[in-house]
Design a protein around this ligand. Structure first.
Ligand code: ADP
Ligand code: MG
Length: 303
């Protein structure tokens, strides 16, 4: 069964108990995520409720298609799995495993920045999720700290859970070509994590390289606490877009923001925040980079 159409919420509430009144677990541009329990198994779940007026059916089906695609391939330890989906007259409902550690975004805000050791471990997990996704012909398309969740509240044993496939693209299996974008999807891209080739294009084509750029931006923020294209932290989307398109490199060597970073960390950031998508590091290459291997190896040895 793909999507269960309901006349009201009865069928959903037969299987799941949802805490509609409790403050939501999270809110995104489209969905509000509530806490719930699978009555059959007793397992905690997260229910993402998307008002039909905020999305078109095509966009929702893309999110569902990407999630089903991941499921069919056996899922991935660092990607939050879909369990079920429903729709009624006004809403779509996606039921996921509950991820209880919160967004990496909030951890970053609390903590300011991460050590290279901690960052390398988390970033390796994201790269491993992306290597799996990209291998399936899927681009996430909206990688940012709000969509990277942590499995538990305790940072030392939390692992990454990638969420939000609302922008994801699954390559067309018949001809291997990317499905055409419509204007709505393009508008949904988050400028601050978008590579120049997407911002520049009139009719952008999503590709795995866009996820790698976004991961480079995330890594820069993790290590410095500062957005590489919004150094003051209050730039408008237009200003950020201009900076990215100007080809200006983020401050690294000899900058007061990044003076503490190792040469190897600087090297991997430069290879991810690389304006030419054909030269940008891929997820597989990233997993082989000395900073990822070396830094996580030394962290394993110390734990
Ligand atoms: P949108 O497409 O509207 O951005 P998301 O899928 O990103 O919606 O969900 C919005 C927020 O809900 C996320 O940023 C996160 O804080 C929270 N969230 C998403 N999935 C889960 C989950 N499985 N468990 C707990 N919280 C989640
Ligand atoms: Mg989101």
């Amino acid at each position: 069964r793909l999507l269960q159409e309901m006349s009201d919420q009865t069928e959903l509430s037969t299987r799941y108990e949802v805490d509609w009144d409790e403050g939501p677990l999270g809110v995104g541009a489209f969905g509000t995520v509530y806490w719930g329990v699978d009555k059959k198994t007793g397992e905690p779940v997260a229910l993402k409720k998307i008002p039909k007026e905020l999305t078109d059916e095509e966009a929702f089906l893309r999110e569902m298609t990407a999630l089903m695609h991941i499921q069919k391939a056996g899922g991935h330890p660092y990607i939050c799995s879909l369990r079920d989906c429903y729709a009624d007259g006004q809403h779509y409902y996606l039921i996921f495993d509950l991820v209880s550690g919160g967004e990496m975004f909030d951890h970053l805000v609390d903590q300011g920045s991460y050590s290279e050791r901690d960052a390398a471990r988390l970033v390796r997990e994201v790269a491993s999720a992306l290597a799996f996704l990209h291998g399936l012909g899927t681009t996430h398309g909206d990688l940012k700290p709000e969509n990277l969740m942590l499995s538990t509240k305790n940072p030392s044993d939390a692992c990454i859970k990638l969420v939000d496939f609302g922008c994801a693209l699954v390559e067309d299996e018949d001809n291997g070509k990317a499905v055409e974008e419509d204007e709505n999807t393009v508008a949904a891209f988050t400028v601050a994590y978008c590579p120049p080739e997407i911002l520049r294009a009139e009719d952008p084509t999503m590709s795995p390289a866009m996820d790698m750029w976004a991961l480079g931006v995330i890594l820069y923020i993790m290590l410095t606490g500062i957005h590489p294209f919004d150094l003051r932290g209050d730039s408008s989307d237009e200003e950020i877009e201009k900076t990215i398109l100007s080809g200006k490199k983020p401050p690294l060597k000899n900058s007061s923001i990044a003076y503490h970073l190792s040469d190897s960390a600087i090297d991997i950031i430069e290879k991810l925040i690389e304006p030419d998508p054909s030269k940008r590091l891929t997820a597989d290459e990233m997993l082989e980079h000395p900073w990822v291997i070396g830094t996580t190896a030394s962290s394993d040895a110390m734990t």
